[in-house]
Structure formats: structure tokens, C-alpha cells
Ligand binder design. Structure first.
Ligand code: ATP
Length: 370
């Protein structure tokens, strides 16, 4: 289809209060033109309110919304170069798919809609279904119609509010890739609201993790996952193993820590909090970064790795991988994901093991956080 360039969105000091309740604290956020941007957070964190303020469906209590450098704060929704796709599709049941998609053009008095509607049908791969009614389509297909119907107006920014929330898990995963393909193809800026961390990480170029009406961290998916800045982000984006440790040497490139009897190393550059010798820090490591060795093979673990001893409590076989829960005397309960390329048959519940990982995969967080 014709490439339509996307617009950028700039929020400056934007907030929303309802009576004495603050749903969104003053927020500064820039969404780069042409990017796929996700607002991610648990229910009630303020992500929908933020999206609705961009759309013009909610008046901000303070601050401004700019689209392409133009202040649109006072403009009603229909005068903004944005379109919104909602979870419930909101298709017209009495119109077929073709007419649902053509609706925006016809309303603007455009007569020759065929070429554009056909382009849209191709984009969302629903050409053969053009003459069906919405209720004759699956949920995923209906959602694709809703996206096509919004895109045909060539908005500069497409806002998506939990658009995949009504789909079952498998379809949801399929549609995530589909939406990503569509966004890359059309080049329009997408701002996508979701509470599903996997969805945000799969689809977005940039993710804003929201908590309690504030953006807690902003970054590329891999960066947020590898370098969470807070315990909230570490826990919200996948499983984190957070080990309470004491700092025994804080001077060099690596901080030296102890957790129980065990010494651990943490690169100083990956520690998100100021530490001093004798202070506390949370040392984190993602489950797939940890390797397991049976205790009998402890001698084979390379020098220089962080290592802990433990006992397997549970082992869940998932086909490609196995998820272990390990009880470690110095560190508590830890999760380990191992690929099942060469499974060691001795790694069963009750077995004594060594957990080991590269110090470079360790991140440090403030131990005093909630
Ligand atoms: P969800 O995923 O459940 O929609 P959310 O992160 O999108 O959650 P919002 O819908 O933005 O959250 O709501 C943020 C907070 O503001 C919630 O605590 C909600 O109850 C409150 N809120 C939203 N709209 C109103 C309103 N019109 N009046 C009062 N409080 C509201």
C-alpha cells in the first residue's frame, strides 16, 4: 500500500486528576514518528487515560499534547490526525467488510473508494472475505477489519487500546506479529496500550512501563528486560531472580557481594543504585542466563562465574525447555530455564546442583525499594 509517514507525539507535563485522585501524574513523553510505541502496565496504572488524552477523548488536567509539532490540546478528537482502535472492534454489523472499511472515505464524500479499500483488504489479507458481514468473521479477522477501517483515513498516529484483549492466547500471538507487519508496511506511528508484557516486548520499538500513574522506565524491549531500573520493572517484565546481597567491596569495575556464604560479582556499570561497602543491594539475574550443573560436576564449572549451591524443588518440562525452581541456602528460591538440547537426567527434584552464570548478566537494584 501507499506508504504514509507517521507523526510524532509529544506530551509535556500532561496529567489527569479525578477529584482528589490522580490517575496520571505530570508526564513528559515523546513518541518518535513512525515508531511502534507501547504503554505497558497493570490495570489501573493510567495507560488508557494517557492514550485517551492523546486521542482527545479526555481533557488533560495540566499539560499539552503536540502532534507533529502542533499543539492539539484544545482540538476535539475528529480534528486530530489520529484514529483509535478499541478492544471491542466497534464494526457496523449491518455493513459487509468492504463497506465497513470504506466507511471513513464515504463519510468524507469520497466517491471512488475501490482502489483504497482493495489496498486495505490486501494489507490485512482479507480480500476473499470482502462481502461477509462482521459476525461471519473470527475475532482476529474482525480486529484486522477494525485496523483497516482506521488506517484508510491515513491518520498520522494510530492509537490501539488493548486491541487484542478479546482474543484467545494463540490468536493473540499471531495477531501481534500481524500488527507489527502492518505497522512496518504502512509506516504510521502506532501507540499501543497493553497489560501483557510479552505483547509489548514482541511488538514495540519502545516501551513505557507505567506504574501508579507514572512512567517507571522507558526503553527498547531488550534494554528494559536486560537492564531493569527498578524492582517493579524487573518483576513486571518476566521472571526476575532478585538476591539480597551485602556489598563487601565497592571500589573496582566489579562490585563484590556476599549472599549468605557465597560471593557474587556485579559489574559496577550495571548497578542502578549508589552503594557503599557494608550496604545492601538486590542482585538480579534472568532465569535463562543461569546454567545448572549437578553437584557432582562442580569441579567442571569455569572459574570467574557467579555460582550458588541449591537443591531442585520442582522441574516443569515444557518441550523445548525445562523450568526449574531451586532452593538456594544463601539466595532463597530461584527460577532457572534450561533449553532441552542435552538434558542431564540427574537434574530432577531433590538433586543438589550448582547454579552458575556470567557476572556480566547480573544487574543491581536498590534494596530499599517497595
Ligand atoms: P485498565 O487496563 O484496567 O484499563 P489502565 O491502566 O488503562 O487500566 P486507566 O483506565 O487509565 O487505567 O485508569 C487509571 C485510574 O484512573 C484507575 O484507577 C481508574 O479507576 C481511574 N479512572 C479512570 N477514569 C476515571 C473516571 N472517569 N473517574 C474517576 N476515576 C477514573
Amino acid at each position: 500500500m501507499t506508504q504514509t509517514s507517521g507523526g510524532d507525539v509529544r506530551l509535556s507535563g500532561i496529567s489527569k486528576t479525578y477529584g482528589s485522585f490522580t490517575a496520571v501524574h505530570p508526564l513528559d513523553l515523546t513518541v518518535p514518528a513512525g515508531s511502534f510505541f507501547a504503554l505497558l502496565g497493570a490495570s489501573g496504572c493510567g495507560k488508557t487515560t494517557t492514550l485517551r488524552m492523546i486521542a482527545g477523548l479526555e481533557d488533560p488536567s495540566t499539560g499539552t499534547v503536540e502532534l507533529d509539532g502542533k499543539d492539539v490540546t484544545a482540538l476535539p478528537p475528529y480534528k486530530r490526525p489520529v484514529n483509535t482502535v478499541f478492544q471491542n472492534y466497534a464494526l457496523f454489523p449491518h455493513l459487509d467488510i468492504y463497506e465497513n472499511i470504506a466507511f471513513g472515505l464515504r463519510r468524507r464524500g469520497i466517491k471512488s473508494v475501490k482502489k483504497q479499500v482493495e489496498e486495505m483488504l490486501d494489507l490485512v489479507e482479507l480480500g476473499p472475505m470482502a462481502r461477509r458481514k462482521p459476525q461471519q468473521l473470527s475475532g482476529g479477522q474482525q480486529q484486522r477489519v477494525a485496523v483497516a477501517r482506521a488506517l484508510i483515513n491515513h491518520p498520522r498516529v494510530l492509537l490501539l487500546d488493548e486491541p487484542l484483549g478479546a482474543l484467545d492466547l494463540k490468536l493473540r500471538r499471531q495477531m501481534q506479529l500481524e500488527l507489527k507487519r502492518i505497522q512496518t508496511e504502512v509506516g504510521i506511528t502506532f501507540v499501543h496500550v497493553t497489560h501483557d508484557q510479552e505483547e509489548a516486548l514482541t511488538m514495540a520499538d519502545t516501551v513505557a512501563v507505567m506504574n501508579g500513574g507514572r512512567v517507571e522506565q522507558l526503553g527498547a524491549p531488550a534494554d528494559l528486560y536486560e537492564n531493569p531500573a527498578t524492582t517493579f520493572v524487573a518483576n513486571f517484565l518476566g521472571t526476575s531472580n532478585l538476591i539480597e546481597a551485602e556489598v563487601v567491596a565497592a571500589g573496582g569495575d566489579d562490585l563484590l557481594l556476599t549472599a549468605g556464604e557465597t560471593k557474587l560479582r556485579l559489574p559496577a556499570g550495571r548497578c542502578r543504585t549508589t552503594v557503599r561497602t557494608g550496604g545492601k543491594v538486590l542482585a538480579g539475574v534472568r532465569p535463562e542466563k543461569i546454567s545448572l550443573a549437578h553437584a557432582d560436576d562442580a569441579g567442571g564449572v569455569a572459574e570467574g562465574r557467579n555460582r550458588l549451591t541449591g537443591r531442585i524443588r520442582d522441574a516443569g518440562f515444557l518441550g523445548v525447555s525445562t523450568q526449574y525452581v531451586i532452593e538456594s541456602p544463601g539466595a532463597g528460591r530461584l527460577a532457572v530455564y534450561e533449553q532441552n538440547v542435552e538434558r542431564d537426567p540427574r537434574l530432577v527434584p531433590g538433586a543438589e546442583v550448582i547454579l552458575h552464570w556470567s557476572p556480566a548478566h547480573t544487574f543491581g537494584l536498590d534494596a530499599a525499594q517497595d
